[in-house]
Design a protein around this ligand. Sequence first.
Ligand code: AMP
Ligand code: MG
Length: 342
Amino acid sequence: MIPQHDPKITPPARCGNDNAASLAWPSAMSAERLACDAPGMARAAELLQAGALVAFPTETVYGLGADAGDGRAVAAIFAAKDRPSFNPLIVHLPDLDAVARYAVLEGDAQRLAQAFWPGPMTLVLPLRAGAAISPLVTAGLSTLAVRVPGGRVARDLLARVGRPVAAPSANPSGRVSATHAGHVLDHLGDRIAAVLDDGPCAVGLESTILAPGADGTRLLRPGGLPAEAVEACLGAELLPPQVTARPDAPGQLASHYAPRCRVRLGAARADPGEMLLGFGAVDCDLNLSLSGDLAEAAACLFGHLHELDRRGAEAIAVSPVPEAGLGRAINDRLRRAAAPRG
Ligand code: AMP
Ligand code: MG
């Protein structure tokens, strides 16, 4: 186990400038900080099986895990995040066979699963009758959002736990997602049992959420799997989300992913009091990607928002990011970070 108050928390692996490489995430709290070695993995699995909350790394962002069949454990996720109970959770499973035990996986859903799992894609599927999933997970819906995450640690953990694990992003509801164990400890460290620390997340954006249906597949939330790749696999265009009174995905809430300070988009330069979050060859406080690489920008996005907030920016101005591939998901997160707060 890593000592709890170690200030040398792993900085981002690759980010847009030298400033970013020296980022550190100071933390002081009570959650166990577990290394991803055999004893750490065993401890994390044991805690989850006992109904505790354990944050763990996936290739997208850190998830806040609980046994999806244990209503008390799932309720603790909502309490820890201060999350509205109408907002259902994604269940994480180790492979397609496990998914088929809890949800109906056929047609387009099956094709997508075979093409993109394990990976940054969530499918909203009909819940299998009698599946041992707490109704808190689905918020009472007849559908279940499921994902087979990529990354050795997440899959090893799920195999060890042997139960479906509900895991929203490991951050207070509505705030910037956690892409380092230090973010989790800073914001939830006094509310959870443990975090498995595997350094920064490779993708850095949440999963793409898709809802296959009779009339086609809907894109409920853009994310780490580009919509273009999904459309190429299906040979059809994705449908937009249906507008309902109740949001189907947090990506549909106007204000989400928000740092404490204001956010201004499409900025050529910083105004007085602002810090500039750059993209491409611009003079800025932190750069998402000096070379204009969208995968690098996605991996850095949440970490840089956390860091500019920590530096006490009055407002964050953000350079334009192209609206293609991962840029669509990056801009989606930025628009919600910049939206008026409720
Ligand atoms: P996050 O909270 O960032 O992990 O995002 C997970 C999101 O998946 C939830 O907030 C939901 O909005 C969405 N989701 C989960 N279950 C369902 C479902 N059955 N139908 C539609 N969307 C869902
Ligand atoms: Mg989230």
